[in-house]
Design a protein. Structure first.
Length: 201
């Protein structure tokens, strides 16, 4: 069975975006394009790696979602572009800043929706004690895999706009170099967010 590295998965994002555009053009009469912006935060559990103790911390995040809703079936397909920060604690000695791209499939009811997604990204460690000769903070980059599920509820509904609140669970697994450096096996988050959705953007 072939294995895909996070770098290869990231390179597939332009292809996936093109596929979404193809779906929209193929179902022009029944596919409704939409865009969503969300901001949120929540709890993070950090399981220990290779016998290390687990710990917890907090996260803040922002994301944009771009996709198509199939009007007849109510399924939707989208791409998420995410940015997040996991705050340092007794295990993580520095803040962790990350970005990811996820392919999303979801199902929308009248006032709520359910979705799941998977993708890849990058996480960066800014070590405040590790400076370069120029005095700038040194950034260490690591690849990640990510899976997520979520639920959204509509607080306000208009013809071509929605205000939604949501909850999501995600699991981010950085590469082995990051796990060895931090002694953390993965980043598991439970988040609450609020967002604004536009149709026919």
């Amino acid at each position: 069975m072939p294995r895909f590295s996070p770098a290869k998965l990231m390179s597939l994002i332009p292809f996936l975006l093109g596929s979404l555009l193809f779906v929209g053009l193929s179902y022009e009469a029944s596919a409704l394009p939409f865009a969503t912006g969300r901001a949120g935060g929540g709890y993070v559990y950090l399981p220990g790696y290779k016998g290390a103790k687990g710990s917890s911390t907090q996260t803040l995040s922002g994301s944009g979602r771009f996709g198509y809703l199939l009007d007849e079936s109510r399924f939707y397909f989208a791409l998420d572009a995410n940015a997040y920060r996991v705050y340092k604690n007794k295990t993580l000695m520095a803040n962790q800043d990350g970005n990811s791209g996820l392919l999303i499939v979801g199902y929308e009811l009248e006032t709520q929706s359910f979705w799941m997604g998977a993708g890849a990204g990058e996480i960066r460690i800014y070590d405040r004690t590790d400076y370069t000769v120029t005095g700038k903070k040194k950034s260490n980059h690591y690849y990640t895999n990510e899976q997520a599920i979520g639920y959204n509820y509509q607080l306000y509904r208009a013809d071509f706009a929605r205000v939604e609140c949501g909850a999501s669970l995600s699991r981010i697994v950085p590469d082995s170099d990051w796990r060895t450096k931090t002694k953390v096996g993965s980043i598991n988050t439970l988040q609450i967010d609020i967002g604004f959705k536009l149709f026919n953007w």
